[in-house]
Ligand binder design. Structure first.
Ligand code: CA
Length: 337
């Protein structure tokens, strides 16, 4: 009886003092993109100052093989390309970064993202930084790494990078091996092993396997790889028995859409945590879901507010990190929980 009492006391103290592990990470999704235009150096500096542990880069290639930081393989949504180069439009009405030289892309103004309604530009997130104001540009991956490593030197911190190979098959079809170029650049900047502060991510399992099996050995580095997962239909085998184990032969973690961690069908009284995280953890994989936003309509009803959304994912579902457009809010959450 006495032993049981001691045991229960110990258990309750463990529960009382259980805090979110210092291992949990906040990844600034496209920078502090909730506050400044995505993938601008200003937005990356802001994310850095807000205390993000990792800062994300989406990477695409230009006509002259420069690696630039851009979410879309097209320039339409986040630059004034249609005004500066109207005759460079493809038949499908889009302007592809791969059709432009780095010098041409440097001449563009970057802006908060917008979409076209007829001829009118409508800002994607109304409450964010006003589109077409101030002065921003598209930067290279190298410039962004220099910014983050420069800040690491001047602040004494060690903030990581989290580059994504965008649409590798599109690049290969256009005759470009974007992955090898990215991996070479990472090596040049000292990202060599799994203990270095970098995760390399892609949605393509074929490309991830190619990177792990051939590109890493050729270039002579081996860093952490993340398989992004947008749904359960592109690679259904990942969701089947033994799928995570198979994936773990190539990847160090997964970056699932957050609805794969807690079902979109969830309600406040019936939160449905899927088996994804526990199955990934059992296979030794980290889990970094995306994307956590607090713009109107972006917090699922089952959570009610942003902090509760993070609590459910970090504490209840036990994810290891999150991609967020609002790194300050997520850092505050980790510090107060
Ligand atoms: Ca991305």
């Amino acid at each position: 009886m006495r032993l049981l009492t001691v045991f229960l006391a110990l258990l309750s103290s463990l529960v009382t003092f259980k805090t979110l592990s210092a291992e949990k990470i906040i990844i600034a999704h496209r920078g502090a993109s909730g506050y400044l235009p995505e993938h601008t150096l200003a937005g990356k500096a802001m994310a850095y100052a807000m205390g993000a542990h990792y800062i994300e880069q989406d990477v695409v290639m230009t006509k002259d093989d420069a690696l630039i930081v851009l979410h879309d393989i097209t320039l339409d949504r986040t630059t004034d390309v249609s005004e500066k180069f109207p005759n460079r439009i493809r038949d499908n009405g889009r302007y592809y970064a791969i059709d432009f030289t780095l010098e041409e892309i440097r001449s563009l103004s970057a802006t908060e993202g917008f979409r076209l309604r007829g001829d009118e530009r409508v800002q994607g997130y109304q409450n964010r930084f006003p589109m077409n104001s101030s002065s921003f540009s598209v930067s290279t991956l190298e410039e962004e790494i220099q910014l983050i490593q420069g800040l690491n030197k001047s602040t004494g911190k060690d903030i990581g990078i989290y580059p994504e190979i965008k649409q590798p098959k599109f690049h290969r079809d256009e005759g470009k091996d974007i992955s090898t170029a990215v991996v070479r650049l990472l090596k040049e900047y000292g990202y060599l092993s799994k203990s270095d502060k970098v995760f390399l991510q892609t949605f393509s399992f074929e490309e991830l396997k190619e990177i792990k099996t051939n590109i890493f050995p050729e270039v002579g580095i081996e860093i952490n790889l993340i398989q992004l997962i947008g749904n359960n239909t592109t690679y259904p085998w990942i969701f089947e028995e033994g799928g995570m184990k198979k994936l773990a032969n190539f990847a160090d973690g997964i970056g699932p859409e957050k609805g794969l961690v807690i079902s979109r069908e969830s309600t406040a009284s019936n939160v449905q945590i899927t088996s994804l995280v526990s199955r990934a953890h059992a296979a030794g994989l980290k889990v970094h879901p995306y994307t956590y936003r607090l713009d109107p309509g972006q917090v699922p009803d089952y959570a009610g507010n942003f902090d509760e959304l993070l609590r459910k994912h970090f504490q209840d579902a036990d994810v290891d990190g999150v991609f967020t457009d609002f790194p300050d809010k997520a850092i505050q959450f980790l510090q107060s929980n």
